[in-house]
Design a protein around this ligand. Structure first.
Ligand code: AMP
Ligand code: GLY
Length: 424
């Protein structure tokens, strides 16, 4: 089979690494990829937003299956476009991607299909959100821009003043452009967060092992929110009972919702959950694999990923055997470039990758990297996700940090407490 992975981050490196292991893959292309995907696939310089370019690439290289990594091209209809051309695609069309691309749409769907989530109200103008916020007794509240905002559209203001400022930024100053035309005010949920990803072809579900990520930039969950500074799988709070609760009350219902709403959904449903005292509730849905969750989930997957993705794209997931997992935990530590998440720097040489390559049960997934002559250099943002398997979480974590210690680049920073919740 000829497979194309669309994207160029750590998630796409992990997907390409796992896809490469499948005996059915004869050719693997990544567009645009990074220095890490170049080791397992052929990189081609076509951007994720260049739908015409990707369609042409599929035709020229006679691609059998496209796996779309990021949400932006999915929300912009890349899945629909390629399917119209007769290409098999893993990833929902624009209608399904609204699950992530419009938080008001996702909320309405959850209300209609009785999926547990935080209570919320939607506002379209500043005077009405102001009246509502002024009537609130408890802070923080949660403010969310409706549309895609690269992870920056959610704020948890501690006071009325901060809430009004944030609402003004979104609705009046158009800080997120059209993505902020509608703003949700949500009750603030408390508890531990958990990411549950499931493959679905719109009829059947294959629920993956749960993961937890670390969103804040610095140790002890301090500092600004990021795309994710590390992750581990499995998550100890995700007991069998807890996962079957989520499967029954969230995942089965969302698949039912797709069917009732005539949404042809073939891809991943990522349920961002909060384990509250009153049971698990949905914080958000994503229409794609998580980053960095994928980097710690896929090293534990024993099943052939291509068989699964192809079955989802073909709507025959029900005919595929249950997922098989390596019971060993996986821990992943993100190494970020100087200034991340506020700013980022580029072009610093990364050393130590060859030494780490020799370490057993360690895989380094590249995110912001590029090749420059014989060097691998940083390309900004999150640079690497260093993952390791171990007999228990402590062993996996020790091995991951032993690998991190071998790697260096100017301005690097990483958290030293990844998986601390799993060790309590
Ligand atoms: P989202 O993009 O909706 O997942 O929001 C980003 C982050 O904001 C989540 O990972 C949570 O840490 C936090 N968050 C979102 N919604 C809520 C909520 N209702 N209560 C508490 N925290 C939330
Ligand atoms: N790790 C959070 C996300 O992928 O959205």
């Amino acid at each position: 089979m000829r497979v194309l992975v669309v994207g160029g981050g750590g998630r796409e490196h992990a997907l390409a690494w796992k896809i490469r292991q499948s005996p059915s893959v004869e050719r693997l292309i990544c567009a645009p990829g990074n220095a890490g995907t170049a080791d397992v696939a052929e990189n081609m310089a076509v951007g994720v937003d260049d739908h015409d370019g990707l369609a042409a690439l599929c035709k020229k290289e006679r691609i059998d299956l496209v796996v779309v990594g990021p949400e932006v091209p999915l929300a912009a209809g890349l899945g629909d476009r390629l399917r119209e051309d007769g290409v098999k695609v893993f990833g929902p069309g624009a209608a399904g991607a609204r699950l992530e691309a419009s938080k008001t749409f996702a909320k309405q769907l959850m209300q209609r299909y009785v999926i547990p989530t935080a209570n919320s109200q939607t506002f379209r103008d500043f005077p009405s959100i102001r009246t509502y916020l002024e009537s609130q007794q408890h802070f923080p509240v949660v403010l969310k821009a409706d549309g895609l905002a690269a992870g920056k559209g959610v704020v948890l203001p501690d006071s009325l003043d901060d809430a009004l400022n944030a609402a003004f930024d979104m609705l009046e100053e158009k800080r997120f452009g059209a993505a902020g035309n509608e703003v949700l005010v949500e009750e603030c949920l408390r508890g531990e967060e958990l990411s549950v990803l499931a493959l679905t072809d719109g009829r059947t579900l294959a629920v993956m092992e749960a993961a937890q990520d670390h969103k804040r930039a610095y140790d002890d969950d301090r500092g600004p929110n990021t795309g994710g500074m590390g992750a581990y799988s499995p998550a100890p709070i995700a007991t069998e009972e807890f996962l079957s609760n989520i499967t029954e009350n969230v995942l089965v219902r969302i698949v039912h919702a797709f069917a009732r709403e005539r949404i042809d959904y073939r891809g991943v449903v990522y349920a961002g959950m909060m384990a509250t005292r009153g049971g698990p509730r949905v914080l958000e849905f994503n229409c794609r694999f998580g980053d960095p969750e994928t980097q710690v989930i896929l090293p534990r997957l024993k099943s052939d990923l291509v068989t699964l993705l192809d079955a989802v794209a073909d709507r025959r997931l029900g005919q595929v055997e249950d997922l098989e997992w390596d019971p060993r935990p996986c821990v992943g530590v993100v190494m970020a470039s100087r200034g991340y998440p506020e700013s980022s720097s580029k072009g610093d040489v990364i050393t130590g990758l060859d030494a780490v390559h020799e370490m057993e049960d360690v895989v380094v997934f590249h995110a912001g990297t590029a090749r420059e002559g014989n060097d691998v250099v940083t390309a900004g943002g999150r640079v690497l996700c260093v993952t390791a398997l171990g007999d228990d979480v402590a062993a996996a974590r020790e091995r991951a940090y032993a690998a991190v210690d071998q790697i260096a680049f100017d301005g690097m920073h990483f958290r030293t407490d990844i998986a601390h919740r799993a060790l309590r």
